[in-house]
Design a binder for this molecule. Structure first.
Ligand SMILES: *[C@@H]1O[C@H](CO)[C@@H](O)[C@H](O)[C@H]1NC(C)=O
Length: 455
């Protein structure tokens, strides 16, 4: 390789913190809820997940059949300790130890359990289980340490957005005062200590549906829109989802936690609803979920945390016919129980996106470019990686070749990143480079240089 840049091994010595693996990029998972009497067998579900390229799921328990079906599948799973067990897990260390042994350790490592959701939306549990939450999380963590699983398996607890007292504008985000001292601070302490993340269930649908007169549908559905400026920071928001996440980040900052990350453990949009559930329909669900996947694949963070790629679990894999509540509750699924698609949502950039939800589809081309905000040395390191180990075709950016001009680091890096991205079939995480790159939907223009699409 005649490109005059430092060799890769040296770069890795200089920048040991830079990782080019998928772990740091945005990722998409799906919640596999099972409150239904007509779902396919877990074995068939694993085949469905594989056929769709879904490599991460979340379940609401530790069902033995499900965890066994997932063994050696390459699919990672977040399991849950149900709210009903919080009291026992909080007061009895041997209960926690037994639970981990039976439900987690016995399946690991054949089944890749990556986290345990301790309880679910505990603050709104009508049985008032909130006081048990942090003690239960601590006992579960102690049990993981005993099994030497604490490095591989994170603990957290999905929090509903209703834990916020304020969420608009995002920078004024704050937790409900009565939750802060008893549970929010001790929980964030534990998450920080264990290098875990806050799990958040965020549904722009609820906010839109209740305020359809004030919130633009395009803003809620990741469509083109004028955006909203946060008067506190001057930052512009182009989606309600981003605004909701930043309200959570602001709320954490307000109680002194600036370095705990967020994982979105649930988000989605129903394809059917009752008459008063404004916006619940199939085109909107397709637009929301398709827009969200596209949004995550850009690798970009939120306005307040631009370097934090999004980690999102869609809700849900199937429509669940035994869920109580309004019609929407039974219609969040991406699939019908017969495994047919409710609407098309691609999980990789290689697929096509529905344009108007009516079944029309156009192939959407995407390219990868360097984002120009990164320090030169890191950008150079990323370029070297792409041209070296990454196997990008960097011949066109060598002296005398068609894409040598303009002779700028940004243009050369963009060419190399795009080559790597196309070569890897535009897969999730292949346009990231430690934050140096992002996906664009228009063909990049650098002088006379044309960026190829496809490998
Ligand atoms: C604690 O949990 C263990 C294991 O589940 C159980 O055998 C024991 O009875 C529990 N102790 C109390 C006081 O509930």
């Amino acid at each position: 390789m005649a490109v005059s840049f430092l060799p890769c091994f040296l770069i890795l010595c200089l920048f040991p913190g830079i990782s080019f693996t998928h772990a740091e990029s945005g990722m998409i998972g799906v919640n596999y809820g099972r409150i239904a009497n007509n779902l396919p067998s877990p074995k068939n579900v694993v085949n469905l997940l594989k056929s769709q390229g879904i490599s991460r799921i979340k379940i609401y328990d530790t069902d033995k059949n499900v965890l066994t079906a997932l063994a050696n599948s390459g699919i990672k799973v977040i399991v849950a300790l149900p709210n009903e067990l919080l009291s026992s897990a909080s007061s009895n260390q041997s209960f926690a130890d037994n639970w981990i042994q039976t439900n987690v350790a016995s399946h690991s490592p054949a089944t890749e359990i990556e986290a345990i959701a301790v309880g679910n939306e505990v603050f709104v549990d009508p049985k008032n289980t909130t006081p048990y939450l942090v003690p239960a999380m601590k006992n579960i963590h102690t049990s993981l340490v005993k099994h030497n699983l604490d490095k591989a398996i994170k603990i957290s607890s999905p929090v509903a957005l209703s834990a916020l007292a304020n969420s608009y504008p995002p920078s004024s985000g704050s937790f409900k005062p009565e939750l802060i001292e008893p549970v929010i601070k001790p929980m964030l302490d534990l998450l920080q200590m264990t290098s875990s993340y806050l799990m958040v269930n965020a549904y722009p649908f609820f906010a839109y549906s209740a305020n359809a007169d004030k919130i633009s549908l395009d803003y809620a559905l990741f469509q083109e829109n004028a955006g909203n400026i946060d008067s506190g920071t001057g930052l512009k928001y182009n989606s309600l989802f981003d605004a909701q996440l930043d309200a959570v980040y602001a709320a954490m900052s307000a109680v002194g936690f600036n370095d705990v990350k967020v994982m979105v453990t649930e988000t989605g949009w129903p394809s059917v609803g009752d008459e008063n559930e404004i916006g619940a329909n199939e085109p909107n669900a397709a637009a929301y979920n398709g827009g969200l996947v596209k949004r995550v694949l850009t690798g970009n963070g939120t306005p307040l945390r631009p370097r934090e790629p999004l980690n999102v679990y869609l809700f849900a894999l199937f429509n669940e016919n035994q869920k109580p509540g309004p019609t929407s509750e039974r219609n969040y699924g991406l699939f019908y129980p017969n495994e047919g698609k409710v609407y098309d949502v691609p999980f990789t950039a290689r697929s096509t996106f529905p344009v108007n939800g009516k079944g029309d589809e156009v192939p959407v081309s995407t390219w990868c470019v360097s984002n120009g905000e990164m320090a030169r040395d890191r950008l150079q390191a990323a370029l070297d990686y792409a041209c070296g180990e990454g196997g990008a075709d960097c011949r066109p950016i060598q002296p005398g070749a068609t894409c040598y001009h303009p002779e700028t680091l940004e243009a050369h890096a963009s060419y190399a990143f795009n080559s790597y991205y196309q070569k890897n079939a535009r897969g999730v995480g292949t346009c990231y480079f430690g934050g140096a790159a992002h996906v664009v939907t228009q063909p990049p223009r650098f002088g006379k240089c044309e960026f190829p699409i496809g490998p």
